[in-house]
Design a protein around this ligand. Structure first.
Ligand code: NOJ
Ligand code: NOJ
Length: 575
């Protein structure tokens, strides 16, 4: 019965197409997918037509050099771009792209080793968000570290590794790919619980997107390590994957019906951070699992509705659009970057989440409506109740058709605001939809390709989201420590000694009686070597203690942040 109706629908569509020509969405996708694929390739060195100066395998964010200057390589953008390319190779859709992956791989082998403002390869440097396109470190100030990058890069390389293993290249993977993947996964294991800038490079706190992609990376790392017989890493990865999955739940804002994007930042927390998370952790084998925020989970659908609705009244290009129809969406409603506008990649991500949901509902042959997702589904059937609707019911078919149509609506919004040459910038203006900010943004093109693939029913490989149990108690992970040498130049009177006291337990929590004694071996420089938690803000002061008095150095306190790991030396002068 069902296959008959599917055939019938397909038949009707092909007739419609024959007589009336392709529907608007079909014609947009058929022209735009070629443009998007070409747009991605143009932005990859050394021979991409718009990537002038980028070394081999280096992905530029955009060729735009002014207002804004995006002629850099961001590890996030590059990894997400190569995720798409690797998927095309792994699915045998376009084997010719394989050489590009190898170039990207070699570029990352080098970039991983660069000492940069976030540290070295082993002391946190993998969290550095962006580099020059000649593969040198970017040393100006920036929102760093961004701890999603290593996870995303690992995921892309694991996709490649699994493809190569399936094709009998395990030895090469173990020897070449695994060490690079392991560096990134070890970073995730060690540092996931440290403060990070969010993916928009603005808020230093913890971030849902970052947590979700880190969790995914460690899970697929566990499976890959098993395949490659690298058993030693597994206990640590399992431990921290469980902790990540537990922490991921804490972003839930039940009253608001959404997941808060960041623990800091003081905004509503409604953010395409979470939509992107759902599409990048999509694992069809996990069904509509809520704990891993699958696209069709009730929490992720409720979140999608809250997110989409937050843009209905703030962008004037959304005026007059029905309250249950697609609109243009941006990073987050409070955004002020270029005045805060819709982004192509955010709008595509909504479509993609919905297409992913459709894939799973069609696989399962059932749609479940819960009290959490009720308002989402009531956009399409205003009196639908909680319950389970198998494919034989008209509720199922009505919902499925309406949601596909809703998803197409987001693609059509982007289509409407795509200029006639098909180029995708970063944003389009909230007032009239004209392209804005960086031109030919690689990530915009990549986001078009993944949304189109999802609409086509592309089923990504599983990463191990199925059957996980959220631990009942969440554990944090302080991560590595830093060895810090404090030196202070201080002349003293006989009977006086210099001590160090400060805001962390290792420095006595500001209690002079618990201050750390410094050695006068290099008088008048007094020193001590102290192990402190990595990446931690520390306020401190030196004090002189004698039998009958304590003299504090004058204000202000010294303030400093420890490195992620490794060692550091401070040279202060008594004041
Ligand atoms: C540049 C960042 O890339 C962007 O994400 C951010 O919004 C602006 N700086 C403003 O902070
Ligand atoms: C700004 C975006 O906020 C950030 O996510 C991205 O990595 C850079 N631009 C480069 O495209």
């Amino acid at each position: 019965m069902r296959s008959f109706s599917v055939l019938l629908t397909a038949f009707v569509f092909s007739c419609v197409e024959k007589f009336l020509g392709p529907t608007p969405i079909q014609s947009y996708i058929s022209t735009e997918s070629a443009i998007a694929q070409a747009g991605v390739l143009a932005n990859i060195g050394p021979d991409g037509s718009k990537s002038s100066g980028a070394l081999s395998g280096v992905v530029i964010a955009s060729p735009n050099t002014y207002n804004p200057n995006y002629l850099y390589t961001w590890i996030r953008d590059a990894s997400l771009t190569f995720k798409v390319i690797t998927q095309k190779v792994a699915s045998e859709e376009d084997p010719t792209l394989r050489a590009k992956i190898d170039q990207f791989f070699l570029s990352q082998v080098h970039i991983q080793t660069l000492t940069n403002p976030s540290g070295t390869e082993s002391t946190g440097g993998l969290g550095e968000p962006k580099f020059h396109i000649d593969e040198t470190a970017y040393t100006d100030s920036w929102g760093r570290p961004q701890r999603d990058s290593p996870a995303l890069r690992a995921t892309t390389f694991m996709l490649y590794a699994n493809y190569l293993i399936a094709n009998g290249n395990t030895t090469w993977v173990t020897k070449n790919l695994w060490p690079v993947i392991k560096l990134d996964l070890d970073y995730v294991q060690n540092y996931w619980n440290r403060t990070t800038f969010d993916l928009w490079e603005e808020i230093p706190s913890s971030s849902f997107w970052t947590t979700a992609v880190q969790h995914r990376a460690l899970r697929e790392g566990i499976a890959l390590a098993e395949d490659l017989d690298q058993m030693d890493v597994i206990p640590g990865y399992v431990d921290q994957a469980n902790n990540l999955l537990c922490f991921q739940q804490s972003f839930k804002n039940s009253a608001g019906g959404y997941f808060t994007a960041n623990t800091g930042g003081g905004r509503s927390g409604i953010d395409s951070n979470t939509i992107l998370a759902s599409i990048h952790v999509f694992d069809p084998a996990a069904g509509c699992d809520a704990a891993t925020f699958q696209p069709c989970s009730d929490v992720a659908l409720s979140n999608l509705k809250v997110y989409v609705d937050s843009f209905r009244s703030i962008y004037s290009i959304n005026n007059g659009i029905a309250g249950n129809a697609a609109v243009a969406t941006g990073r987050y409603p409070e955004d002020v970057y270029y005045n805060g506008n819709p982004w192509y990649l955010s709008t595509f991500a909504v479509a993609e989440q919905l297409y992913d949901a459709v894939i799973v509902w069609e696989q399962q042959q059932v749609i479940n409506v819960t009290s959490t997702s009720l308002l989402f589904f009531r956009q399409f059937i205003s009196d639908v109740g909680s319950g389970s609707y198998p494919a034989s019911t008209s509720t199922y078919s009505t919902l499925l058709a309406a949601i596909k149509n809703f998803a197409d609506g987001f693609v059509l919004i982007n289509a409407k605001y795509t200029p006639s040459d098909g180029g995708l910038s970063e944003q389009f203006t909230r007032d009239n939809g004209s392209p804005l900010s960086a031109k030919d943004l690689t990530w915009s093109y990549a986001s078009a390709l993944t949304a189109f693939a999802a609409r086509d029913g592309f089923i990504p490989a599983s990463w191990g989201a199925a059957g996980l149990t959220v631990p009942s108690v969440c554990r944090s992970n302080p991560g590595p420590t830093a060895s810090v040498t404090f030196n202070v130049y201080a002349t003293t009177n006989i009977g006086e000694n210099v001590f160090l006291v400060g805001s962390v337990p290792e420095l006595g929590n500001w209690l002079p009686e618990n201050a750390v004694p410094l050695s006068s071996q290099n008088y008048p420089t007094w020193s001590a070597n102290i192990t402190l938690p990595g990446y931690t803000s520390v306020d401190y002061k030196y004090i002189k203690k004698s039998r009958d008095e304590i003299v504090w150095a004058s204000d202000p306190n010294w303030s400093w942040r420890t490195p992620d790991a490794g060692s550091a030396t401070l040279s202060d002068t008594w004041r």
